[in-house]
Design a protein around this ligand. Structure first.
Ligand code: TYM
Length: 328
């Protein structure tokens, strides 16, 4: 059975990078895969969070899943900390993970660089991510390009465990699309569009009003050539905008180049903004209805119960394989 698991951390405000790399693909996957979409709140607390904001943001991410078309009748939607098996399998896998392989993770190096109070959980973060995936025996994991290394580690840990003990885990494949898996900052195409960038104009947020979207995209950096052409080597700024257009319009790159042939960047950016707004508006409407609703709480309760069934089954198998004294 093909099974998908993915999640978006409730840290910072969701931007169109996370939409391109992950969220916009979730709804279409639920037709072909058994899907689990979760809110990795335990991952968010590996760096300092304001507790009240974290609480609200966890609801927001779950609401965005549903608002973007994930159907709770088809997919399981839940919050990581509601399913205790994640933390438990994390510990079991930590006993199999090597210090050296974790020290090689580029995200850890980036996030810890120059900081002196780095939590040990930030270091072992990828092991928890492996636990998330392996608990559900996910075969496919839709993510952006920045998660590739974590997926490789997940496969290594699964293989190591299966080989040493018993074949408990499935080996997951990342699903990283050619277009949209690496959306860069609007102010600097050498940096990933990120929740943690303090420059508000560097990214379009999922909650931005139409006028804000128009303003931010109008300000996006371009080059002086005035030609809408996809070429990451020579034209990273424009290539990034073309990718955003492709994600939001569903058109392919060649069609976008043809459409904007002989047209300046001004018009391209205006049409790009309208394509983004057209997709975001219905999502924002549904999001507002859901975010503080009882309906959402109900979805997450059901989701946690369903997720726990699968997760607990795998956890028990992993404990038995390790030789822990299990009862029942
Ligand atoms: P997170 O919360 O940083 O990002 C969520 C998803 O969005 C993708 N993404 C991007 N894609 C394209 N361009 C961007 N600028 C961009 N920014 C973010 C990310 O690649 C990701 O797919 N560790 C994960 C959360 C997680 C997870 C998991 C994901 C925890 N456990 C298990 C999948 C499976 C993270 O921090 O994603």
């Amino acid at each position: 059975m093909k099974r998908v698991l993915s999640g978006i951390k409730p840290s910072g405000e969701l931007n169109i990078g996370g939409y391109g790399g992950a969220l916009h693909r979730f709804a279409s996957m639920q037709e072909d895969y058994e899907c689990y979409f979760f809110v990795p709140d335990l991952h968010a607390i590996t760096v300092p969070q304001d507790p009240r904001r974290l609480f609200q943001r966890s609801k927001e991410i779950a609401a965005y899943y549903v608002a973007a078309g994930v159907d709770p009748a088809k997919a399981t939607i839940f919050v990581q900390s509601h399913v205790a098996a994640h933390a438990e399998l994390n510990w079991l896998l930590e006993t199999q993970a090597h210090f050296g392989e974790l020290a090689r993770m580029t995200q850890f190096k980036d996030k810890s660089h120059g900081k002196d109070a780095v939590s040990s959980a930030l270091f072992t973060y990828p092991v928890l991510m492996a636990a998330d995936i392996l608990l559900y025996r996910a075969t496919h994991v839709p993510v952006g390009d920045d998660q590739k290394q974590h997926l490789e580690l997940t496969r290594d840990l699964a293989e190591r465990f299966n080989h040493r003990f018993a074949p408990v885990f499935a080996l997951p494949e990342p699903i990283i699309p050619e277009i949209g898996s690496r959306i860069m900052g609007l102010d600097d195409p050498s940096k990933k569009m990120s929740k943690s960038n303090p420059n508000r104009n560097s990214c379009v947020l999922l909650q931005d009003d139409p006028d804000v979207v128009r303003r931010k995209l109008a300000k996006a950096v371009t080059d002086s050539e005035g030609v809408v052409r996809y070429d990451w080597e020579r034209k990273p700024e424009v290539s990034n905008l073309i990718e955003i257009y492709a994600v939001f319009s569903g058109d392919d790159v060649a069609a976008i180049e043809r459409r904007f042939e002989g047209v300046g960047y001004g018009q391209f950016k205006r049409e790009l903004a309208e394509a983004v707004i057209a997709k975001l508006e219905p999502i924002q409407r549904r999001f507002r209805e859901l975010v503080d609703s009882e309906e959402l709480v109900g979805i997450l309760k059901d989701g946690a119960a369903k997720a726990a069934e699968t997760a607990n089954d795998t956890l028990l198998k992993a404990k038995r394989a390790l030789g822990l004294f299990t009862i029942g």
